[in-house]
Design a protein around this ligand. Structure first.
Ligand SMILES: O=C(O)c1cc(=O)[nH]c(=O)n1[C@@H]1O[C@H](COP(=O)(O)O)[C@@H](O)[C@H]1O
Length: 232
């Protein structure tokens, strides 16, 4: 594991997903399978993408009572993926149960990371709708600390919080960061955004990039631009 760009495969079918991946003839990008694609195509699409040689972040954001999440993670542990996530808001008890469920009988498991505050949330909405009145960065840091204490491998957060999380939880605690746009790009529903270059400067371990690549006129060129700005 090291600094890399993860492409969010937010497509609604196997056909569109594979047609997109077929464009990449020279590289095998690290990809993310999220709710849209997983709910449309099920675990088979994960196996198929794996067979093609991609590393996979399975982004299903589990959030339920500890027993349910433990059993769901046990089912997901049969899939050969690199990273899985859940919501830190489910509390440390849920995260501990998730780790237990995810760990295979031979002791191996995918990395498990926790979503802190979604990158589509800002201070104002968090206060008004979630009734959380602490500064957003403090909330993110507190959720990250809970995840670290529960034994997780890292968090999903905005690149804007990556540095503070590394200082609080250690350099090897992973920061996987969506909320990435090229300079002047349309943020869409994202609120806590920055560029790939700035994400690198702020210390993100992985950037997760969806629409700036998938909706680009030339997705391979957009992916390579991310790699140039963030990794090279
Ligand atoms: O867990 C995630 O991947 C995630 C967490 C978060 O806080 N914000 C966030 O945008 N994501 C995911 O990251 C991707 C971002 O996509 P774009 O906004 O199109 O670049 C989407 O697939 C989201 O589901």
């Amino acid at each position: 594991m090291g600094k890399d760009v993860i492409i969010a495969l937010d497509f609604d079918s196997r056909e569109k997903t594979l047609a997109f991946l077929d464009r990449f003839t020279e590289e095998k990008p690290f990809v993310k399978v999220g709710m849209e694609l997983f709910y449309a195509e099920g675990p088979a699409i994960v196996r198929e993408i794996r067979r093609r040689g991609h590393r996979i972040f399975l982004d299903l954001k589990l959030h339920d009572i500890p027993n349910t999440v433990k059993k769901a993670m046990a089912a997901l542990s049969a899939l050969d993926v690199d990273i899985i996530n859940l919501h830190a808001a489910g509390t440390a008890a849920m995260m501990t149960a998730a780790l237990e469920g995810l760990t295979r009988p031979d002791g191996t498991r995918p990395l498990l990371i926790a979503v802190t505050q979604l990158t589509s949330t800002d201070q104002e909405r968090m206060e008004r709708e979630l009734l959380i009145h602490a500064p957003l960065e403090e909330v993110v840091l507190s959720y990250a600390s809970n995840a670290a204490a529960a034994g997780l491998d890292g968090v999903v957060c905005s690149p804007l919080e990556a540095g503070a999380i590394h200082r609080r939880c250690g350099a090897s605690f992973l920061t996987v960061t969506p909320g990435v746009r090229f300079a002047g790009g349309d943020a869409g529903d994202q609120k806590r955004v920055t560029t790939p270059a700035k994400a690198r400067e702020l210390g993100s371990d992985y950037i997760v990039v969806g629409r700036p690549i998938t909706q680009a006129e030339n997705p391979v060129a957009a992916y390579r631009r991310c790699v140039r700005e963030f990794v090279d």
